[in-house]
Design a protein around this ligand. Sequence first.
Ligand code: CP
Length: 307
Amino acid sequence: MKHLLSVGDLDRSAIEQLLELATSFREVTRREIPKVPALRGKVVVSLFYEDSTRTRISFETAAKRLSCDVMGFSVASSSVTKGESLRDTVQTIEAMGIDAVVMRHSAAGAPHRVAGWIDASVVNAGDGCHEHPTQALLDLLTLRHRIGPGIDGARIAIVGDILHSRVARSGAHAFAALGADVTLVAPPTMLPSTVAGWPVTVSHDLDAVLGDLDVVYLLRIQRERQRETRFPSLREYTARYGLTVERAARLRPEALIMHPGPMNRGVEIAAEVAEGPASLITEQVENGVAMRMAVLYELLGAGGGHG
Ligand code: CP
């Protein structure tokens, strides 16, 4: 594997191999000194054209725990503000000697373009409304450690602003690749015009599916990507699609709750639900480091890399 741009780059056995590797790195992250020399001498650049807390910090932590050198890049203090193009920026950085670029960009497809311009490996850390493959992988890792190695037949609903969600696209394909039964739940205005090619069923009624679910995966309303209002009001959205305390009480006792973050507490999820015993939200963040260690090792370890 040279790049990780899309969940579609991975078949079931490649996903399972990454999950095995990430499980071994989970053990490393729990050691007193959570660091191994596996990628000593490799250089990873963190190239974020869009804001991030979880993804950026966990990739940088993952790279450091593998003993990589990490180069940070801040758009606001770079020559991007003087009009330097994406191509010139990445080729300039590559000339300094790098092995991998971890990249987030508001334009769908930007990491794919960059992968064609440079020799280093490219990891998509979120491209516009398109994909966020490592989020899907860390979510699978989280489920594996809660409900066991197989999620075959697990009933997972991804709820909310599917239209603008790169997490939904990557998650739906990754969950289905491992045999889960995925339902997208959203008002028609928050769904793509077609879900042809998505391995999912669609519902507009959360209450109708709630009692059958093993996992409720909530999405943030992405107001920064919405050019027009998709729902009359946030209060109305919460009334129809929010995981309120009352709705959470109607879930099966063993059902689990996930959210990629950042959350809008009180909109798509009640604060009490986010902090309750069924919530995997903190575990998702914790597993992000181990899964990103696995991805970097897969790309740069065992003879990989270009430095
Ligand atoms: N889940 C996620 O991608 O969060 P950040 O935007 O904070 O990286």
